[in-house]
Design a protein. Structure first.
Lengths: 110, 116
């Protein structure tokens, strides 16, 4: 059975801190790994990763995939209160389906 | 911008009732998905559809059915609602498969369903 595990489950930091969120997976026929940010409503897309070692970056957020370790990290530098959200990792294993992890709840305090 | 809309934000139904959740997307996406989200369990796929009238079971299809009569609309049906179907339901859509890559999914705002 395909599995995606995220850690930590939750995290509380102060503004300005840097955080690293982890995602590990066990899937057959890995195709891509996606990161989403979910605030109060729907998840919004952050990154799609398909190749190991190539960092994707968007502002203060960056992510990288390690296919040997079957994992990915999401980094957020200089955190702001607006970064408070649930961060979801999902893996596309076959066809059009995604398997999601349980999410990491990040709270950034002023 | 892709827009995915869901018919209700909050819904309260009684056990045994038939429940329809509607999802509409406006970007001509081939794929549409229904997930439920529960604390500690993340998002779990119920059903997805890759074309009109086509559907595939996801991880937890029991107790649910779906309908896709038009490309832009994907309905989730609870034939006889039960209390364990109380959850947040999220609809998503994406472009079709391109080689072996999955395009990112765009999510609707969710429907919080309570079954009493």
């Amino acid at each position: 059975e395909d599995k995606v595990v995220q850690s930590p489950l939750s995290l509380v930091v102060h503004e300005g801190d840097t955080v690293t969120l982890n995602c590990s997976y066990e899937v057959t026929n890995f195709r891509s790994l996606l990161w989403y940010k979910q605030e109060k409503k729907a998840p919004t897309f952050l990154f799609m990763l398909t190749s190991s070692g190539i960092e994707k970056k968007s502002g203060r957020l960056s992510s990288i995939l390690d296919k040997k370790e079957l994992s990915s990290i999401l980094n957020i530098t200089a955190t702001q209160t607006g970064d408070s959200a649930i961060y979801l990792c999902a893996v596309n294993n076959a066809g059009n389906m995604l398997t999601f992890g349980g999410g990491t709840r990040l709270m950034v305090k002023p | 911008d892709v827009k995915v809309t869901q018919s209700s934000r909050y819904l309260v139904k009684r056990t045994g009732e038939k429940v329809f959740l509607e999802c509409v997307q406006d970007m001509d996406h081939e794929n549409m998905f229904w997930y439920r989200q529960d604390p500690g369990l993340g998002l779990r796929l119920i059903y997805f559809s890759y074309d009109v009238k086509m559907k595939e079971k996801g991880d937890i299809p029991e107790g649910y059915s779906v309908s896709r009569e038009k490309k832009e609309r994907f309905s989730l049906i609870l034939e006889s609602a039960s209390t364990n179907q109380t959850s947040m339901y999220l609809c998503a859509s994406s472009l079709g498969l391109a080689g072996f890559l999955l395009y990112e999914q765009y999510f609707g705002p969710g429907t919080r369903l309570t079954v009493t």
